[in-house]
Design a protein around this ligand. Structure first.
Ligand SMILES: Cc1cc2nc3c(=O)[nH]c(=O)nc-3n(C[C@H](O)[C@H](O)[C@H](O)COP(=O)(O)OP(=O)(O)OC[C@H]3O[C@@H](n4cnc5c(N)ncnc54)[C@H](O)[C@@H]3O)c2cc1C
Length: 449
């Protein structure tokens, strides 16, 4: 926990920039919801900053546990059009991380990760089943797909880790994966159940609308300054101030702008593109399933979703985000790589191009550490997804709210054991390092892209 040095001085907070483009998920998530503007000075028992997977679920959980407490959730932009809503919508119980050298050996680490993610997925499920959150929920699992022999080798190493954890999975032969996808590009796959496919922007928009009644949501409300204090902290926004007894900061890499873990966040963007709705004739060439999700065997390859509203989504490219932001030309550069991937998989279809392209922030740290827990008196935080954040972010958000409300749980104990993020190397070195490594890994991934 940080010392009281944060108290009684104003910290200027750098808020996120508006993204260069809207995400395809947001554009197809239904009508814009009305906004409740922040006006003047307001007070609350608990303020949650950030409406991503972590913050939305922190707000929901805190409000459920303390139904008499007033909770405010603020976000700098529209919830659903943030990084959380820009993701590929895989709620992953166990992420395959072949970059981690000890992935296969780290059985306890993987089991801990699995327990936390399952808790996250159960909380997502309860929003769908108990609250009625509409999000195209589809618990069909994911296909780890290989297009090359080195991709097949990656799948083999993943299968060893699954064996050691007693996890169920199924090998999918060339004919079957080609029939599922309609693409001759794939040569093998491994099906792992447990992952849930969702429309992320729909989930976030609809879940925000169905938060408990003691939560007030202010979108388009960037926090620009803070003065931590007792009995209340004071947060500044352009249209008012919020005085809160407790705060839970779930602002991803921007948590570092609130005075905690400075210079630890490594801002990396990844990008995606979405086609228009395919015609009946076009659908015949994208396989015999109405929807699927493919994770590339090589993590620098291309992730693919076919959605129930008959579109293809493709994600690839990682890029260092100078000052946490991406420009339109950078989004368009990445789109070219998604076009190449589209053409490799469905050459007869790729001329239709894309209807939308976008990028979104992933917050990484030098040592893979994450923020979880109490940061100072009446200040709590959860942040740094390190690549995957739907299930994990939901679990972190739920657990940090329970901690802030004075509860304990097995997941809290697991998350407390996570290593915190370490200070990154100086910015120039980090940016050059990320550019070098991502460029090399992207090239090496070859036809997995
Ligand atoms: C293209 C893409 C595909 C991905 N695919 C997947 C996937 O399939 N599965 C998966 O698990 N993960 C995926 N991810 C990663 C996932 O999106 C992130 O891990 C996740 O969004 C992190 O959630 P979060 O709540 O920590 O942060 P965020 O979603 O980044 O939310 C943080 C929020 O804080 C707000 N905020 C920051 N500063 C302030 C401020 N000063 N004032 C007010 N609000 C502020 C921001 O506006 C933002 O809404 C993907 C990411 C991208 C970009």
């Amino acid at each position: 926990m940080s010392s009281a040095t944060h108290y009684d001085r104003r910290i200027a907070v750098q808020p996120p920039q508006i993204e260069a483009t809207h995400s395809g998920w947001y554009l197809t998530s239904g009508p814009e919801l009305p906004i409740v503007p922040l006006r003047g000075d307001v007070e609350c028992d608990c303020l949650v900053i950030g409406g991503g997977w972590m913050g939305l679920h922190a707000a929901r959980r805190f409000a459920e546990i303390q139904p008499d407490a007033s909770v405010i959730l603020v976000d700098a932009g529209r919830i659903g059009n943030n990084a959380a809503g820009r993701c590929m919508g895989f709620a992953i119980d166990l992420a395959h991380n072949p970059r981690k050298h000890d992935f296969v050996e780290d059985i306890q680490g993987n089991l801990d990760e699995l327990s936390a993610n399952l808790d996250g997925n159960a909380y997502l499920r309860s929003a769908v089943e108990e609250l009625g959150v509409e999000c195209d929920w589809d618990p069909q699992g994911k296909y780890h797909s290989a297009a090359t022999h080195h991709g097949v080798a990656d799948l083999l190493s993943f299968s060893k880790a699954l064996d050691r954890m007693g996890q169920q999975y199924r090998w999918v032969e060339r004919e079957e994966i080609q029939a599922i996808t309609g693409s001759k590009h794939y040569i093998a796959a491994l099906h792992h159940p447990g992952t849930i496919l969702i429309q992320p922007a729909k989930y976030l928009k609809n879940a925000t609308r169905l938060l408990p009644r003691n939560v007030t949501v202010h979108e388009n409300t960037p926090i620009t300054g803070v003065r931590y204090g007792s009995p209340r902290h004071t947060f500044e926004a352009a249209t008012g101030t919020i005085r809160a007894k407790k705060v839970i900061i779930c602002a991803a890499g921007y948590l570092t702008k609130f005075g905690f873990y400075p210079n630890t966040a490594i801002p990396v963007y990844t990008f995606a593109s979405m086609t228009r709705q395919l015609t009946d004739a076009e659908l015949a060439s994208v396989g015999d399933r109405p929807a699927y999700g493919l994770i590339p065997a090589d993590s620098f390859g291309t992730t693919v979703r076919r959605t129930v509203d008959n579109r293809l989504f493709l994600r690839n490219v990682y890029s260092y985000a100078n000052n946490f932001k991406m420009t339109l030309p950078e989004v368009m550069d990445a789109r070219q790589n998604q076009l190449v991937a589209f053409d490799r998989r469905w050459p007869e279809l790729s001329k239709i191009g894309f209807e939308a392209s976008w990028g979104g922030l992933l917050t990484l740290s030098q040592n893979g550490g994450m923020v979880f827990g109490q940061l100072a008196e009446n200040v709590y935080g959860a942040a740094f997804c390190n690549g995957t954040g739907v299930s994990r972010g939901t679990a972190f958000g739920k657990a940090v709210a329970e901690l802030a409300a004075g509860r304990s749980s097995p997941v809290i104990e697991i998350l407390k054991r996570k290593i915190p993020p370490r200070r990154a190397y100086p910015k120039l070195i980090t940016s050059l390092g990320v550019r070098f490594v991502t460029g090399r890994r992207f090239k090496k991934a070859g036809a997995e892209v």
